[in-house]
Design a binder for this molecule. Sequence first.
Ligand code: BES
Ligand code: ZN
Ligand code: ZN
Length: 489
Amino acid sequence: MLHLKSADLTKQKMDALAIPVCEDKDIHVDPVIKAVIKKALQLEEFSGKKDEGVTLYDLPEIKTRRAVLIGLGRLENLDLETLRSMTGKAVKAGIKNELTNLWFALPAVKKLELEPSEAITAMLEGAYLGNHLFQKYKSDKKKKALRQINFVTERQAVGKFRRLCSKAATVCEGTCLAREWISTPSNDKTPEKFKRSIVNLAKKQRLKVQVINETQLKQKKFGALLAVAAGSQSKPSMVLLEHKVPGAKKTVAFVGKGVTFDSGGLNIKTGGSMGDMKSDMSGAAAVAATLITAARLKTKVNLIGAIPIVENMPSGRAIRPGDIIRSYAGKTVEIGNTDAEGRLILIDAMAYTIKRYKPMMMVDLATLTGACVVALGDKIAGVFSNDTKLAASIAASGEKTHERCWPMPLPDDYKELLKSDFADLNNMPSSRYGGAVTAALFLAEFVEDTRWAHIDIAGPAYHKKENAYCGPGGSGFGVRLLMDLLERI
Ligand code: BES
Ligand code: ZN
Ligand code: ZN
């Protein structure tokens, strides 16, 4: 679908040609493009300001019927996200206008004040991600994704940057896989179904796959995970994916919260807050999709994906507030609130992962707390870590991929908020304040001395409304982030 090509624009047939334009500097080298831009700038309605656009029809200079000029603003302010959004929006407009192909005139990267491969990757990503549609449940599949998106550049650049195209496509395919899983409704994504879907796709990529089923979870004493699963008709499981690289020394573990629906349990959520809880497996989706992507790209790090999968439901068999359970690590937990279920499944998954694989580093992704959304809004994730370097690497990956992550504290003196009168810990903090922090501190009790980071993605995992390169629904947040992180360690 994505291609990097050189082409003679005077002869090449295209549905539309999109030309990004800076308001203060010329960023193209092709004389044909320059001539078209000059024409557009003579119009009063277009000067290249950010998000401005104008369509010119039937230009004699080029073969296409439509040239769409898109403003990028001033060159000194141009960043990767502006480029990513620009291609995303152009693709979405192309879909709306029922085009089958779209061509972009790639700016001459040497004229941009950005790292060339990063700038090109950002444009490729926006285009690929903007072309993703989730219409599985619509009888009338009105929109059609573009069949081909081409980036036109000089011949020398094509060879130099070709591998970026296939890499960006593979990573974004992973993001879209996570999006599809997240947007799938919970009736079609029971723990059994979700597990099967992950296992099938992982096997196709030759990942090593192991499923710990309910009986084995009982034998192995995954008490916290089983407690959350108790109210559901559907059986829980723990999926372990392994990407093994011969000779690789480092092993990194990713853990993802996989609650296929979070009703809250007996501490049931109210209508509004339950509405989007099909997305409470977004951490699991991101981890599974990252392992699949790493396998496709033959990433040179040993990876473990640990994915606890449950549904949190009220019923006669559900755990009750006040119950005390024994976790896999042996610590007891009083259930102060059945809606604080994510931390329960994560502590068992993390303790098991540490014991079995002894990873040099572990990162968990979870839609863990509404408090994190209150703190950082719905576009930025919170990062909590016992290793400032790891937190900084995650923040840097967040900056580059625009899957933004903001460092948050793990203060020792807040630990007392997790005390229980009867058990080792309470899953419900005694204060309403700092809920994202106390949730992370709860997890920290189970990571021993492993280098670890927790990313609370409750905000950015799911969008109610579409944006530049994502439709409404799952965002796939985490896949591009983790793939980038793997290049920094
Ligand atoms: N899945 C929710 C957190 C969540 C909220 C995710 C909003 C996405 C959007 C989590 O299991 C939860 O219910 N957390 C409680 C914790 C509380 C009971 C300590 C919360 O945030 O209110
Ligand atoms: Zn909950
Ligand atoms: Zn939850």
